[in-house]
Design a protein around this ligand. Structure first.
Ligand SMILES: *[C@@H]1O[C@H](CO)[C@@H](O)[C@H](O)[C@H]1NC(C)=O
Ligand SMILES: *[C@@H]1O[C@H](CO)[C@@H](O)[C@H](O)[C@H]1NC(C)=O
Ligand SMILES: *[C@@H]1O[C@H](CO)[C@@H](O)[C@H](O)[C@H]1NC(C)=O
Ligand SMILES: *[C@@H]1O[C@H](CO)[C@@H](O)[C@H](O)[C@H]1NC(C)=O
Ligand SMILES: *[C@@H]1O[C@H](CO)[C@@H](O)[C@H](O)[C@H]1NC(C)=O
Ligand SMILES: *[C@@H]1O[C@H](CO)[C@@H](O)[C@H](O)[C@H]1NC(C)=O
Length: 769
């Protein structure tokens, strides 16, 4: 039976055109079929501890055609399910396919719904992947999501990675340990190294040469911790057939290089986001300088010695900082120097580059400039991540990267901010168009979010673009199925809610920047602009349906919280506009009434967020503290954790960029600063005195925003309260304000009231006891 399946696989996989196998054929798992089989069996056991024995895994890597993965699923006569895959990742994806589409279960980032019956559904299917690669991670994800993760977090996450088919994944932990050793070998003093490395929460931007020293120094214990993690992560990834991407030297060096190499030309890197001289502007070694080669070789050699290699290296020399000259000969020279610094050490090296520069500095990177850089490396030896293809694709502008292979990536969010949004129509269409582009060089799909743990549906949809042969004809049906497997319920209300979400928050098509900032979570100002690409009233319908639905899964609870949060912050925007209008018109009644309602939002958001373990500031801070071995480090890590999600810098250099709508953030950061600001507005309106906005903003900064970074008050990391009951209470209150016509029946209202009375009774009983 197995060889027969193999033939089907061969027949299906043969039908592809672009062939980069000559240059990329060696980029494949190095572990044996047996190792990968065992790793997948262990993964299934973690996912389904009671049913894993019903899955038979068979991996044969030599069946893959043109390096593309395939999986087959077949129910055997004995009732077991055979999973045949061309790699551990392919087999794990096959398992996930069965879980999603046959068992109607869903294992997501933070929630999972698994309910498996004794008799497993029939299946006989073969699914080939469209491309060689499924790529995962942005260099920033390490900062915004993974900073404080333990091996337990990583283990769960790597299972998710494999089940969702990602086979090319960044593995960035522990690199500072190597840099430190190399810097010391070059003669740097330990204080100079301390001035250079940032604290853990800011490392991605230190690696890119954007900042130095902020939140530092980096402790020896941190190096030890991250090296240990990296070793575990790498071996698990390799066991599952995932190809880890390691960092290569990109040219950014500490300021101390000026002392060490006074005769070398060092380019001062431009100031990034107004960080002052203490924290900004490391140097860039000119890639054509011999020292670049020397340092690059040392770092590559040491990286490979410690971590091994799978031959793919990430290197971003010009992220948000263009080269000093746009002369095409110069650009060609630097491209080939960077590449040869890699191949000197690893002749099989492939350079993986984030294509963000081409969008961010699009004036500098004209097609001529981009062509010079891109074609300075032999064709097929470089992989470009088209980093935000859903909004700013560059492959069209650059003629499919002048022949270099690229990966179509959905970036989706910045700073890991929380806000419901996504572009379902776009990803369901443009991935396929790009793949079929004449002379196109697309070799994969990817996810490149700055942060994870949000908008699960949109990431799930994008992930499926790796194996779907054509666009999903009926996206509405897709969302219904999604609701079914997340909530373990075919309740029509939940499906209707998702149909509204599909049409509203998940149908973004604009070019505006999505930054997860609404009035209530921004720094107070009278000049904020509010906008959404959908109607608030329509989204309220989703809220109505969602709360009328019934489900007992964790995912339902999570989404009740998420949707309630979203609706409330839209209300905040509406009342903000009214209070500002009232203020400007000196209409005290309007100002005060709207301000009161605006401030009510904070209480309600805090209350609802508090009910779910995935929306707690306490979890983030405690995870940070848990990485420390002594009090001093605990203080430093807590500061890192707090500062990154608020001021992001000593003076709010990128304030609120990575803000998190978590319980604790609302009560201790968003709310106090608005309350203080509105108090002064109120006073000035009442007393007819001038409102000095910048003075008030400065006071808010000094008394609330800045102290938050240094405070050490403890926040709960356990949820409190019943999400659904509290959401219904909030829903009833706000819906009665009558913003939009409420279509729900009267009986619903009385039901909620009864529910509330019941709760109050219970509360009273508890009080009496
Ligand atoms: C794997 O597939 C190849 C090619 O079809 C075949 O020659 C080989 O015997 C298979 N390996 C196993 C263990 O079945
Ligand atoms: C599975 O499907 C294939 C192709 O549709 C068919 O040839 C094969 O007989 C089926 N196998 C079983 C066991 O039903
Ligand atoms: C730098 O150049 C000067 C003058 O050529 C020379 O005296 C000095 O030794 C050089 N320094 C180093 C560190 O190479
Ligand atoms: C940069 O800012 C920090 C904190 O605000 C301050 O301590 C430091 O002296 C400043 N450095 C320079 C060079 O101005
Ligand atoms: C003040 O605002 C309220 C509510 O919007 C409105 O009814 C009232 O007419 C306004 N008063 C003046 C003087 O414009
Ligand atoms: C505004 O000031 C008045 C008078 O002090 C007070 O009664 C009212 O509660 C304040 N309203 C707001 C929104 O601060």
């Amino acid at each position: 039976m197995i060889p027969r399946l193999a033939i089907i696989v061969l027949a299906i996989s043969a039908a592809y055109a672009i062939d980069f196998e000559k240059s990329l054929g060696h980029i494949k798992p190095k572990t044996s079929d047996y190792v990968q089989t065992d790793a997948v069996i262990a993964l299934i056991q973690r996912a389904l501890p009671h049913h894993y024995e019903k899955f038979v895994v068979f991996i044969n890597q030599s069946i893959a055609v043109q390096g593309k993965d395939v999986f087959s699923l077949l129910k055997l006569r004995d009732g077991n399910i055979l999973i045949l895959g061309t790699s551990g990742v392919a087999a794990a994806s096959g398992f996930n396919y069965y879980l999603k589409y046959y068992l109607k279960n869903h294992i997501a980032w933070q929630t999972s719904y698994v309910d498996v019956s004794e008799d497993l559904p029939n299946i006989n299917i073969t699914i080939p992947f469209n491309d060689k690669f499924r790529y995962y991670q942005n260099v920033c994800t390490a900062g915004y999501s993974f900073t404080w993760w333990t091996w337990r977090d990583w283990e769960k996450h790597i299972d998710w990675i494999a089940m969702n088919s990602f086979n090319l994944v960044l593995a960035f932990n522990g690199q500072e340990a190597i840099w430190r050793d190399v810097f010391m070998a070059l003669g740097m003093k330990s204080e100079e190294i301390d001035d250079h490395f940032t604290g853990p929460a800011f490392l991605p931007w230190n690696r890119m040469g954007n900042v130095r020293g902020w939140g530092g120094p980096l402790r020896v214990s941190w190096h030890e911790r991250t090296v240990r993690l990296q070793e575990k992560i790498l071996s698990r990834m390799r066991e599952l057939g995932i190809i880890p991407v390691l960092p290569a030297f990109a040219g950014q060096v500490p300021a101390a290089f000026k002392r060490l190499f006074p005769n070398t030309t060092l380019h001062a890197l431009p100031r990034w986001n107004n960080f002052n001289d203490t924290y900004c502007c490391p140097y860039l070694l000119d890639p054509t300088d011999s020292l670049f080669k020397k340092v690059g070789n040392m770092i590559m050699t040491e990286t490979i010695r410690r971590f091994g290699t799978d031959h793919v290296y990430n290197c971003d020399t010009f992220n948000e900082m263009p080269p000093i000259s746009s002369d095409v000969d110069y650009l060609r020279a630097i491209g080939s120097s960077i590449y040869s610094a890699m191949t000197d050490v690893d002749p099989q090296a492939i350079w993986l580059m984030q294509g963000w520069l081409f969008h961010y500095d699009s004036d500098f990177w004209t097609p001529d400039a981009a062509e010079a850089l891109l074609t300075s490396v032999p064709l097929g030896k470089m992989i470009i991540l088209d980093l935000q293809s859903e909004q700013h694709p560059q492959y069209g502008r650059f003629d499919s990267y002048f022949g270099q292979p690229f990966i179509w990536c959905m970036l989706h969010n910045f700073g890991g901010t929380l806000s419901m949004f996504g572009s379902s129509d776009i990803i369901n269409q443009r991935v396929f168009e790009a793949r079929l582009m004449k002379g196109g060089t697309m070799i994969g799909t990817g996810l490149t979010p700055e942060g994870i743990n949000q908008n699960y549906a949109i990431y799930d949809l994008m992930t499926e673009m790796s194996w779907r042969q054509e666009p999903i004809e009926d996206l509405t049906h897709w969302f219904s199925e999604y609701a079914l497997r997340m909530y373990g319920s075919d309740d029509g209300n939940l499906q209707k809610a998702w149909h509204v979400l599909q049409k509203t928050v998940y149908n973004f098509k604009g070019l505006q920047k999505q930054r997860g900032k609404f009035t209530y979570n921004k720094s107070p100002s009278t000049r904020l602009k509010t906008w959404t690409w959908y109607s608030h009233c329509e989204l309220l319908e989703a809220w109505d349906y969602f709360l009328e639905g019934v489900s007992t899964t964790r995912a339902y609870n999570h989404d009740v919280v998420d949707l309630t949060r979203q609706v409330l912050q839209n209300f905040a925007d509406e009342y903000y506009d009214r209070l500002i209008a009232g203020f400007k018109a000196k209409n005290i009644t309007q100002f005060r009434d709207s301000a009161n309602v605006f401030l009510e939002v904070f209480d309600d958001v805090e209350k609802i967020l508090r009910t779910d373990e995935n929306f707690l500031l306490g979890s983030w801070i405690n995870a940070a503290k848990a990485c420390a071995l002594n009090d001093e480090d605990r203080k430093l890590y807590e500061f890192n954790a707090r500062n990154q999600i608020t001021l992001w810098g000593p003076n709010g250099e990128i304030k609120d960029y990575a803000n998190k709508q978590w319980s604790g953030m609302v009560s201790h950061f968003f709310q106090p600063r608005w309350t203080a600001f509105i108090r002064v507005m109120n006073e000035s309106l009442t007393k007819g005195i001038e409102f000095k906005e910048s003075k008030v903003a400065y006071q808010v900064f000094k008394t609330i925003e800045e102290p938050f970074s240094y405070a050490q008050n403890v926040f709960p990391d356990q949820p409190f309260g019943d999400a659904v009951a509290i959401a219904k209470e909030i829903h009833l209150k706000w819906r009665k304000r009558g913003h939009c016509r409420m279509e729900r029946s009267r009986s619903y209202e009385s039901e909620v009231r009864e529910e509330l009375l019941k709760q109050k009774d219970e509360a009273r009983i508890i009080l009496v006891l």
